[in-house]
Design a protein around this ligand. Structure first.
Ligand code: PLP
Length: 444
């Protein structure tokens, strides 16, 4: 019945809602990529989500591969998380005073990622990276920041230069409204290019406060770091007195119990000076965090001179959802997410190969995305320039064929696919069944 439901083509309620929204919300959406700009068509307005599935306002059910862009590690609406939220709600929505749950969530983050010696909770990943930069500047007394082209760290002015995610989707070099003075304080170098990092430090080393990098980039499609890259960038930064900020807003507690740092830093015995988290640590409600070295973190007000605050920071309902989510995210959860992701990667690749579509599936932990084209197939895409040279136009027909068949993939070639622990064999099977038609659409 899924087929007949989703194949009937009726999206009238979504269309009406989109029209209404466009009259009052710029573009009809509150975050650009939701508008289907790069794939075309009408975004599905969602009514509910449960487990591996979402249901739109026209009553169609889709297997979900967006996962709210990362938070839904356990799948949607896990009953234990919902219970924790209901219990918190029954005690009040927001106090503007400290609560026990905040300390418990911060402690749970540190237990899993010991490099997070101190943790400050905020509401969005953008706030977390913004605060990390302010801390790095306050701590070092320097102004410049080095970032990598194609890495996305939220819509912080200084980090909207050559960024991925929505900017990649919309093919924008940066954002209007970022002052020239702010943009001039950001140095951008190609990802995976240690020579470029070394050259930037050779030229500006004494003025660079920090290097910020996605732990494993997944906002220009997935572009994994070459082995040893993060550790070497950290070493170069330290050689010049700059801090190393590892942005794990997307990878943190998603790719493994200790995030990407668990695979590299923890395994190799090094710590970033600062880390940022978001998405999974709120379990679907707004929680993010900046964390790291004691001496750096204690520069934050009220202990130190670096100001940072938030009316809703550490909100009791949001932290209850995050804490319940992290406590449920055990080895079995990661094993399931990894297994489902591996199954899907191989099924996508097989379907595309059968339709003679040259491609590479790039992955980092359970995160993956498709790079179309012979060049990507031959050598992969290791930086933003290579990603931009891929045949990403093949993604729109691929995406729509999946959607027609009841599979909701991310509406952009430059976003990762998000698998959850609720993606059981049934959910994975529905996706696999939809792939041949999608691959055929990508071929034409
Ligand atoms: N950093 C990374 C790596 C992200 O992927 C994102 C969001 O996608 C952010 C920061 C910004 O987080 P938020 O959208 O919660 O502001």
């Amino acid at each position: 019945e899924l087929g007949s439901d989703t194949m009937d083509g009726r999206t009238t309620t979504s269309e009406d809602a989109f029209r209404q929204a466009q009259g009052v919300i710029p573009g009809g959406v509150n975050s650009p990529v939701r508008a289907f700009g790069s794939v075309g068509g009408t975004p599905r307005f969602l009514a509910s989500a449960l487990g591996a599935y979402v249901t739109d306002v026209d009553g169609h059910e889709y297997v979900d591969l967006v996962g709210s862009w990362g938070p839904a590690l356990l799948g949607h609406g896990h009953p234990v998380v919902l219970d924790a939220v209901h219990e918190a709600v029954s005690r009040g929505l927001s106090f503007g005073a400290p609560t026990v749950t905040e300390g418990e969530l911060a402690e749970e983050i540190r237990r899993r990622v010991p490099a997070a010696h101190r943790v400050r909770l905020v509401s969005t990943g953008t706030e977390a990276t913004m605060t990390a930069l302010r801390l790095a500047r306050g701590f070092t007394g320097r102004d410049l920041v080095l970032k990598f082209a194609g890495c996305y760290h939220g819509h912080v002015d200084a980090l909207l230069v050559a960024a991925g995610s929505g900017l990649a989707t919309l093919a924008l070099p940066g954002s209007a409204g970022v002052s020239a003075a702010v943009a001039a304080e950001t140095i951008v170098v190609p990802y995976n290019d240690l020579d470029a990092v070394a050259a930037a430090f050779a030229e500006h080393g004494e003025r660079i406060a920090a290097v910020i990098t996605e732990a494993a980039p997944a906002n220009m499609g997935v572009v994994p770091p070459l082995p040893g890259f993060n550790g070497e960038v950290r070493r170069i930064a330290h050689e010049h007195g700059a801090l190393f900020v590892q942005d794990e807003v997307l990878t943190g507690f998603r790719v493994g119990p200790a995030g990407w740092w668990g695979f590299e830093g923890q395994a190799e015995g090094w710590e970033p000076d600062l880390l940022t988290f978001g998405k999974v640590i709120g379990g679907g409600l707004p929680v993010a965090a900046v964390a790291g070295r004691v001496d750096v973190m204690e520069q934050l007000a009220p202990l130190g001179p670096v100001y940072q605050a938030g009316t809703l920071s550490g909100n009791p309902v949001a932290t209850a959802a995050g804490l319940a989510t992290l406590r449920l995210a055990d080895d079995a959860v990661y094993a399931r997410v990894d297994a489902a992701s591996a199954q899907l990667r191989s099924a996508v690749s097989q379907a595309l190969a059968a339709a003679s579509v040259p491609h590479a599936i790039q992955w980092a932990g359970s995160l993956f995305s498709i790079m179309f084209g012979a060049e990507a197939a031959a050598q992969g895409a290791r930086d933003y320039a290579a990603v931009q040279a891929t045949e990403s136009w093949r993604y729109a027909p691929f995406f729509h064929a999946l959607l027609e068949a009841g599979v909701s993939a991310p509406p952009s070639a430059f976003e990762a696919w998000f698998v959850s622990a609720a993606h059981d064999d049934e959910a994975v099977g529905r996706i696999v069944d939809a792939l041949p038609a999608a691959a055929a659409a990508a071929a034409s």
